[in-house]
Ligand binder design. Sequence first.
Ligand code: FAD
Length: 410
Amino acid sequence: MADVAVIGAGFIGLSCAHWLLRDGHRVTLFDAQGPGEGASYGNAGTFANYACIPVNNPDVFRNLPRFLFSPTSPLRIRWRYLPKLAPWLARFLLNATPRRYEHSAAALAALLSRAFEGYREMLAMDALAGFVREGECLYLYSGAASFKGAQASLALRRSLGVAFETLERDGIRVLEPNLAPIFEHGTLFTGSWFLSDPRGFLQALDASMTRRGLHHERVAIDRIEPTRNGVRLVDTSGRAFDTARAIVCAGALSGRFARQCGDAVPLDTERGYHVRFPDTSSLISRPCGWAERGFYMTPMTGGIRAAGTVELGGFGPERNADLLKLLRTSAREALPALTQPDTDWLGFRPSLPDGLPVIGPSRRSPHVVYAFGHQHLGVTLGGVTGSVVADLVTGRASPVDLEPYSPRRF
Ligand SMILES: Cc1cc2nc3c(=O)[nH]c(=O)nc-3n(C[C@H](O)[C@H](O)[C@H](O)COP(=O)(O)OP(=O)(O)OC[C@H]3O[C@@H](n4cnc5c(N)ncnc54)[C@H](O)[C@@H]3O)c2cc1C
């Protein structure tokens, strides 16, 4: 079996490592940080196997004035970043036409339908099962107009196999009595679940794989150089590592590696935020999303995490005070018993303009395989992505048609 280097210790990299180890490969994980420190740290933790509707759906055009000008809009653009963002943004909007959006939704649904299978074995491990919570995700609408506007996408979800129940005000109250009575409609996504601590889950997975032979190199990779029979990785101090295969799972920072391997992949980031309200987890029993405000409240270890929003604006560390305030005030509007938040967080979703990940071999070498760009769904799609990557490396036919996720589609 081959020596395989996995670059990146987030949901995607660790899931790839799991499936590759299972096939008997010798796996080394390269990351200067510990497991689950990137976008995989601060997300909403939902196993959102229902979320096959890309952010850039045709409603984007209808909602554009609200997105751009309303103080409660969960979508912001850092205008200084616009010149750099413009080509990505143009493609993002072009992909919001009905035909392209339906293509992306069907391709996402194909992966999502296998998402649980991708995690089944991991969830059977005692060390990981303790992080899994059964509560199904509840998506809420405070306005009748937005619920009406969501009907087309709900019908598309249903036609793609997503199961959900529709609830009205009283039904919502029965499920979550501490929510303010401001939600007129809701959808409860059958069979979804969530994690009480996404990073804790990954740390436990990493520890279990370390016992099974996973090797670590705590370095940042600078270059990937395909060689005749394999791949050379060079870290930021100039040290070289030769390996038979390399899997690129560096999240939103994967684009440079793709360019080094001959693929101009338009990867950018959708910045997202969370705020944590300590010691409040008993207020709700499942992730509750607020459609109009673009975030989830998830009861996690240590408190409720209000996570979401989208800010198009590159990789700078500056935090958007307006979006953080929106998360704080919206969460308190929805759940009046919430206390003061104690921490906030900014993370970088790896996003491509068609809302689909990149999974497949590089142009320059079959020994380099990409697995990045999981946008809002990396927690959910980690397991299935790992299984597909292991199929590619081991030379098995994949049960998933990988064409929609090809790096050459751009
Ligand atoms: C606010 C928010 C809420 C979210 N909620 C959900 C949710 O509820 N459900 C869901 O499914 N998804 C959710 N997501 C999306 C999800 O978090 C991401 O899609 C996922 O974490 C991406 O995982 P990843 O492994 O690709 O990247 P990351 O987790 O970012 O990991 C990439 C790793 O690569 C490493 N790396 C980068 N460059 C190098 C280098 N040069 N050398 C070595 N290593 C490198 C980094 O250190 C990092 O550890 C959310 C995201 C955000 C921001």
